[in-house]
Design a protein around this ligand. Sequence first.
Ligand code: FAD
Ligand code: NAP
Length: 544
Amino acid sequence: MDASAADDRSSRRSAIHDAVVVGAGFAGIYALYRLRKAGLAAIGFEAGEGVGGTWYWNRYPGAACDFESIEYSYSFDEALQQEWKWTTRMARQPEILAYLNHVTDRYDLRRDIQFGTRVVAAHFDDATRLWTVSSDRGHRVTARHVVMATGCLSTPKPIEYPGADRFKGQILRTAFWPKEEVDFRGKRVGVVGTGSSAIQAIPIIAEAAAHLTVFQRTPNFSIPAGNGPLSDDEAARQKAGYADLRAREWDSDVGICAKLAPETRRALDCTAEEREAEYEKRWAAGGLYFYCSFVDLLVDKSANQTLTEFAQRKIRAKIKEPALAELLVPKDYPFGAKRICADSGYYETYNRDNVTLVDVKSTPIREITPDGLKVGDTVHALDMIIFATGFDAMTGTLLNIDIRGRGGKRFSEHWQDGPRSLYGIMPSGFPNLYITTGPGSPSVLYNMVLGNEYHVNWIMDCIAHLARTGHQTIEAKPDPESAWRETVNAIGKMTLFGEASSWYMGDNVPGKPRVILPYLGGFRSYKQACDAEAASGYPNFEIA
Ligand code: FAD
Ligand code: NAP
């Protein structure tokens, strides 16, 4: 019997663990590492057959991170930082997945994880003050703490059109991409969606397919990623400056500092020439650097308009046919209010003869027919349809688990009109249940690797505090939780995010409450609040 089979058997037998970690992406792997290091007995459950989370599931062509890998990587161990060699500036999915496998094996964490196992329920017992976590494979594990490292973008939206079962060709989804190579040659391929995933995949598919039809509902702003190989010299230079880089990231709002420092001026305090120079610099730097440009861009409409017009000009200049350009240029929301994308030749792809853009906002998709996609009364004949339609972001994955807290309180009821938890980490009524990079935290608007590290560190401090003070449980108090939610909403309302229809606001999922999901006050103020809470002995939490 191998070790994992032994673990599997023992975990089915209700041993009491110090902690259960759900998910084995960046967050779950680091949580298991820290728990082990603290001498605690932890077990991980992961629905996928391997580690990696986002980078395990999203294997579509072109998948890559959209800022420098030197930053989109763990910071917790200087030896790990120095030994790992990135070959590409913004690593592609296979390289990130290899990195996460390396980390898992380097710290011997694989033996603690049950793969191919989905957690379906977590129930708190008031008498024993323990959680019982159940899986779809029959596990029932008892634990003092539960870390929901389940990811913000880990529940893809279902296909929202009827007829998939009748389609004669192949249907694929970017977020469940097969491990085997997909052959597009000679095929008429359709891509539904023009978000980050589609924008990365489209140029590559267009090169291989006989014909590509893109079904666009809302155009996005995309910045050239400027990706490419990372030379040994550049890598050595980056590694020599790691300590300084990490210090700057931890002290910034967005956590991305490798190529450009955050701007501190307001756009409207600058001349038109100064603004143009700033925008050109960030456009050339590639990727997400506009998130740390002028400080008023996402709060002042006039300031934002200067950038929106700049980006619109840049996009128009790339597309030969003016009518096509007008379809691809976003016009009805502020730049940055929907997630900025990063691309490698996205707009240029529409200049190819074998690519067609179909506007499905003016004429919506009606159904999938045996031969293709029906838009209005027209059937677009296809051999393959790829849905890149996004996720039930930030709340969907947690709400899919039957979580019950103190007194049988249902998590789904606690979050029925939108997420509520203190600092985005702990919901009231659910003792010792922690969420990493959840709604109400900077989450998807901060470097997510560091955001996850920060949350795991905070959780570990909290667990250590309980042990040190001889307590068993910690739980957010309801009033501070409500106050935090009001803060998150109030800050959200001060920004332009509400002016776009986006997954940040829950708009992409029919019936989802419309509230701002991430905390938009920036990582620095968030960290100050969380650090102060811990330093003063968790006054906004009930410790029992
Ligand atoms: P995930 O990586 O999502 O891992 C969560 C894991 O939990 C998954 O493996 C899932 O299977 C598992 N899980 C969920 N529910 C259960 C359950 N009930 N039982 C068992 N297992 C469960 N962020 C950036 O900062 N920069 C980027 O460039 C970037 N690129 C991205 C590209 C794509 C295609 C996507 C989808 C997201 C990207 N993100 C990016 C966001 C990305 O999700 C995070 O950066 C990071 O990988 C999240 O790690 P995580 O561990 O929090 O969650
Ligand atoms: P997304 O940004 O939500 O994009 C989904 C796309 O599908 C949108 O264009 C959306 O249009 C469209 N769509 C959704 N439902 C549709 C429907 N029923 N009919 C027609 N069109 C529909 O999803 P994503 O591209 O997977 O990206 C999600 C997030 O993951 C990103 O925002 C980013 O945070 C992260 N990500 C990052 C990278 C990276 O570059 N590193 C790559 C991929 C993903 P509407 O806009 O009209 O809803």
